[in-house]
Each structure stands twice: as C-alpha cells, then as structure tokens.
Design a protein around this ligand. Sequence first.
Ligand SMILES: Nc1ncnc2c1ncn2[C@@H]1O[C@H](COP(=O)(O)OP(=O)(O)O)[C@@H](O)[C@H]1O
Ligand SMILES: [Mg+2]
Length: 482
Amino acid sequence: MSVSNNLDINAALEILEDQVVQCVGRRLSEAEIIVIKGAWEGKDYKEMASDGGYNSYYLQQKIAPPLWNMLSKVIGNGVKVKKIYLKNILFKLAQKDYVEKLEFSEVENEQLIGTTLIYGQLPKIKSFYGRENEIQYLKRRITSSQETSISLIGVGGIGKSSLVAKLVEEILTENSDIYECIIWKKIDACSSLEELVDGLIKLLKLKINDGSESLQRKIFFLLKHLRLRRHLLVLDGLESLAQVENFEKKIEYGKFLLQLVDVNEQQRNFIIVTSQLPLEEIIEVDTTLLISSIKIQGLDQNAGIAMLREKGLYGESCKELIKAYRGNPSELKAVAERIYRFWEGDVEKFFEYKTTLMGQQLQSMLNHQFRQPGLLNDLQKNIMIYLAERVSEELASIPFHKIVEGMKKENASVSTSEVIMALEVLEQRSLIEVTKQSKKQEITYNLQPVVRKYILVDPLGLVYKNFKVSINGLKVSNHIQE
Ligand SMILES: Nc1ncnc2c1ncn2[C@@H]1O[C@H](COP(=O)(O)OP(=O)(O)O)[C@@H](O)[C@H]1O
Ligand SMILES: [Mg+2]
C-alpha cells in the first residue's frame, strides 16, 4: 500500500496542524477542520454544514476563503490551495514528512516511518541527481519476488550508498508498509564477522544472555529474530570484511550470507549489499547463485551537469570534466569545489592548468587497496604502474599484447594466464578500464586520470612499498622502498 493509500484524514490533519502552528502560530478551528475534512471527502458545503452543525453560507463564505488563503501560504509552495486540490496537496505534504523523518533517523537511530521501523543510519541525501534508471531497475528487481538479494559493486565514492538510501526513501514513500523494518548496517568499522554480527545484534537491540555466547549461537539468535519480521537489510560497505587471501574467512562469510539469504526465502525479505570489491573476492561460494551483482557506474551527463551547476561551475567544458572524472559524484564534488574556489567556477580556465585533482573517497579506497596485504598482488600493482607510466594524452590506452610483453619483460616467470587473471581482477574492481572498439580489434586497457595520478604521485608511499619487482622507468625507481 502506498503512502497515499494508507494516509487517513486524521494523520493528514496532524501533519497539517504542525505546519499551521509553525507558520501562523495558531491551531485550526473546529469550523476549519470541518471544511478540510469535507474537502478531503469530496463533499460540498451543504453536506459539510449538515454533518458539522454549521450554516453552509458561513462555511463557504466566511471560513473557506481565508482558510484557503492561509493554507496557500503555509503548504501551497507557490500554488493556490483550493478545495479540489487539497487532498492531493496533503498527500504530497505527507510524503515530504515521511522523507524528513527518514533523514532524521540519522540522529535518532531508530524511527518509525509510517508503519516501518528504521534501524541504523541512512546516509543523508541533500541534493541527489540522476540515477532514475538505476532506481527503477532496482525497484523492479526488489519487488519482482524472483530474487531475495542483490549487490551493488563500484569504486569508492561512485554513489552506491547514496543510491541505496534514495531507493529506500522512494520505496518507503511509495509503498510504506511493504517492510516491517529497514535495517541499515554500515560495515566500515567492522573487521570480522563477529563484529558484524555483534553490530547487528546491537542495532536491533536484541537481548542475548550474557554476551559471551559463541559466534554460532549469536548467528543462530540473529537469524531467528530476522525470521520474525519482514525486512529490508542493507549491508553497506562489505569490502571492509575482505580478507582476499584467507580461504577460511571467505568460507565463513559466504556461509553467513547464505544463511541470511535463506532467511529471505521464507518471507519476502530482501538484502542489498554494497561493496567496492566484487563479492567473489570476499566470499567463497558460488556468488552468482547466491546474490547477483550490478556494477555501478558514474552519473550520466545530465545529472553531472546539474550537480556542477549547483556548485557554481559554468562553461561548455563541464561535459569534459564529467568525462574526465567518469561521472564519479564524490570526485566531481571535490574538483568542483576547488574550481569554484581557485578559478571562480570557470571550468575552461581550470583545464588550462592541465592538472588532475583527487577527491577523498576514491583516494581512501586506493589507499586501502594498496595498503592491505593481499588485496593487490605484485603483478596487479605492476600492471597498474605500467599503465600509469604509458597512458598519456596521446596514447589513451594500451593493447593487451603490449601489457603481456611488458609484464614478461619485468619478470620472465610470469605466464600469460596470470596476466589475464590479474587484468580481470583489476577490471572487476574498476581499477583499470577496458576498451574494445569492435569484435575484430584487440582489447586495450587504460586508467582513469585520477587513478593514474594516484599511482604516479603515490601520496602515502603505498604503491611501491614492499614491492620487490624492479620496474623500468625513472619515476618508479625513485619511489621503491625496501
Ligand atoms: N546521485 C547523486 N547526486 C548527488 N550527489 C551524489 C550522488 N550520489 C552520490 N553523491 C555524493 O557523492 C559522494 C559519494 O557517494 P557515496 O554514496 O558515499 O559513494 P559510495 O558509497 O559508492 O562510496 C557523497 O558525498 C554523496 O553525497
Ligand atoms: Mg558507501
């Protein structure tokens, strides 16, 4: 049922009265309430008068005109409130109220939105652009009842969490009683399954005996509880748990996710996972059967332009900027703020400086990838460095055979299949980009400018750290640390 369907007149009146009190400093009178209720039910003034014990002339001539004027100011938003539009306007008002409460949940940690209980903190969405297709697509998949889980994969800052938050917001405003609760678990502070399970138990305020239970008992307890309520569970940022080289851990995580998905099959629950790393790198089960993945790309041109305009940028080159930063909203935000500050919003002027600016979110993702042992092996790093050194404005991408040759020259024992596997992992993590113009043309690879800059600058000295393979090229040898 949608907000509109389950919004009754008393709930609408409550929301309206709050607004009237805030704006005009008084409550609605009895006669005004009769007119509002009558308008809601589509009655004429005679019917309102006979229901409420008033004179119809009094309601129509004395109460209604000043009431519509006052409501136009309070809730009209530029539109004149009239009897026939009132119901529609009140629906919109109620929707807005739902959304505000949803955002408020960041502070409250547990909120009732309509009939849905919200556990956890949804990211705040101030200005949100584009993503209409993604949202429609995800809504269809979530409500299709064919699936019970989905994962959104993409680089840091590409907008995964914001997209899911917007999706949840839309689901709730359009369909407020589809789930009994929404559980939003941000995983970035968790480094083990136990921490994640403890975090979920705490978030749901479950009482478990003395807290010294085994992990298995806690999982059993959590799953039992989850079975009781129709829920939408968001696991946001699963990459934090990743221990790519630890087979046991990967099995443990896989088993846990499988159990969560099993819970879903019994009710119409749904799980959404967001991750920077493809799930098959984090969990060890057949993820294609378990949970299907969607790769999240940057914002499209229109959404990007709208975002840059809001930041005060102008000029035809805005399109170039969106392309160069691959529509990544966090990168665009970071670069736009600096263009506004240092070049007064003139994008053309910024391009004259031929520089690439890096934002925080993508940088911290790259820091994590290069810092955590096992996440990128030497060959994968080597390929990235190789591309960073060779890709330039003139040479936009490097053909596959050159990369294989280059890697074998660095290290004779590297096989072609190892290079292929490394390229595939890098591509899945969106660390390198692939272009293939036509079926007959050889596949080529490149780096987006921000990633290239990160490698060449190596801001934290992580790219070349503990990196034993010697690499040709001046820049690299300067950086190598033993
Ligand atoms: N569609 C969008 N419109 C405007 N800003 C966005 C959009 N998507 C993301 N952002 C902004 O970009 C930044 C990164 O988004 P986030 O959802 O945290 O990315 P991720 O979860 O993929 O790391 C945030 O500051 C967010 O407000
Ligand atoms: Mg996120």
